[in-house]
Design a protein around this ligand. Structure first.
Ligand code: ARG
Length: 462
């Protein structure tokens, strides 16, 4: 039937419900720029190889450029009833430039076309994701610098463990996001091969120049196997996995910020511009933004699982199942960008309350290890020092004291090795400041980490 690009030998129209079900335009219309870029490259190559005339190529190029500009400006509406973005653009072009438009699809199939568009789209999205991650890391570095020596309890099992600096804690997340950038950059490098010219699956008998189209679209080269070119969706799965991991990091971070905004902790307070209230409880200030980021992690994981499941068991080469590859990864990518764009300013504006962190660090005996280390340095075997310190902690608990409250006589009642030095040894600031091992919590180390992260961000190609 005439109104479908593939209707050549068909005698009946597609059933309306099947037509609607089959259409992907709602999802793939966002790739119109990539589709047009690919078609312009393809038609230039066809002309340079003498497969179509230079005049036809010029008409195609100008027609496509006009279509792109009109979709951009809103003058041309993408037909919601079209089968997909490829069909819509080709049909629209043919309406405008006639036979030249009908020659565009020479030596090409929608199978290599959709693989190309999706790669181009995700390649752009990799760049945007890296840019937003970089902006977030920069905010983390600023906040970490500001609080490089603010003492807080470091936790294991959510039990107070050892004193750390807020800067050190924040920079732990910076490291995760640096790895995320690296993963996305790696994904972009790996996906940067051009499937165009794979045609339906077997390649084509036209004398095409795949290097040329690859170069025109800034790919590293054409894919080496046409069946792989039209079937490979590794890059969708890989990018989805990278996005899921970013969400894991954002979600852990969110969880802590939510916890720390509670009255039980009050280490931080979200700025009013990033909190909401309750319609019934006037005292409430809720960290909704962080909660939503944590919540949205679920859908991004879901998107990853969906594409993995769609691809498993598919025979080579193209199957229509693969039309389901885009919705999830677009959703995951939109979600991650939205989360990153709101997370960075939330972090930038939140109030950090060092007094409360210090107060929490002062109870819970988080300097007990330092007391044991002190005795060990005096020559007491570590296991003995550990036991003596345990006895001191019990003594303190019974007498409602902290290690910092004890007198030298009290310390010496547990071991003759104690002298004046113990006060410095259990002072929380000193405890953090002396952890100068590479990567440790001392403020000077944190400043080094910040410096390293800033340099890395500055050197990123985004
Ligand atoms: N809309 C289709 C998709 O997203 C385009 C490819 C169609 N190819 C085909 N042989 N039906 O996968």
């Amino acid at each position: 039937m005439a109104d479908k690009l593939w209707g050549g030998s068909f005698h009946k129209r597609l059933d309306p419900a099947a037509d609607d079900f089959n259409s992907s335009i709602r999802v793939d219309q966002r790739m119109y720029r990539q589709d047009i870029l690919g078609s312009i490259a393809h038609s230039s190559m066809l002309a340079s190889k003498g497969i179509i005339s230079q005049e036809d190529a010029a008409a195609i190029r100008d027609g496509l450029a006009a279509i792109a500009a009109e979709i951009d400006s809103g003058d041309l509406t993408i037909d919601p009833a079209a089968e997909d973005i490829h069909s819509f653009i080709e049909t629209e072009l043919t309406k405008r430039v006639g036979d030249a438009g009908k020659r565009l699809h020479t030596a090409r199939s929608r199978n290599d076309q959709v693989a190309l568009d999706t790669r181009l789209y995700i390649r752009d999205r990799c760049g945007e994701t890296m840019k937003e991650l970089k902006a977030l890391i920069e905010v983390i570095c600023d906040r970490a610098e500001e609080h490089c020596s603010s003492i807080m309890p470091g936790y294991t099992h959510l039990q107070r463990a050892q004193p750390v600096t807020m800067g050190h804690y924040l920079m732990a997340y910076a490291q995760m996001f640096i790895r995320d950038i690296d993963r996305v950059s790696d994904c972009r490098r790996r996906l940067n091969v051009c499937p165009l010219g794979s045609a339906a699956l077997a390649g084509t008998d036209f004398d095409i120049d795949r290097e040329m189209t690859s170069d025109l679209m800034k790919f590293d080269g054409p894919c080496a196997n046409s069946m792989d070119g039209v079937s490979d969706r590794d890059f969708v799965m890989e990018f989805s996995a990278d996005l899921a991991m970013i969400m894991t990091h954002l979600s852990r971070f969110s969880e802590e910020l939510i916890l720390w905004s509670s009255w039980e902790f009050k280490f931080i307070e979200m700025d009013d511009s990033f909190s909401t209230g309750s319609s019934i409880m006037p005292q409430k200030k809720n960290p909704d933004i962080a909660e939503l980021v944590r919540g949205k992690t679920g859908r991004v994981y879901g998107d990853l699982i969906s594409i993995l499941t769609v691809m498993k068991g598919l025979p080579l080469a193209y199957n229509k199942d693969m039309q389901e590859d885009k919705e999830g990864v677009f959703d995951a990518s939109d979600t991650v960008l939205a989360c990153l764009r709101v997370f960075a300013p939330m972090l930038k504006t939140m109030r950090i309350i060092p007094e409360n962190m210090k107060k929490a660090a002062s109870s819970g005996f988080i300097n007990a290890t330092d007391c044991a280390d002190y005795l060990t340095e005096k020559g007491v075997p570590f296991r003995t020092a550990y036991r003596i310190t345990g006895d001191i902690v019990n003594y303190c608990t019974q007498n409602k004291k902290t290690l910092e409250d004890l007198t030298l006589d009290e310390f010496r009642s547990f071991s003759d090795e104690f002298d004046d030095g113990i006060f410095k040894a259990v002072d929380l600031n000193a405890c953090a400041a002396k952890r100068i091992s590479y990567g440790g919590t001392a403020p000077e180390n944190v400043l080094e980490q910040i410096d390293g992260a800033r340099k890395l961000c500055a050197g990123l190609p985004v």
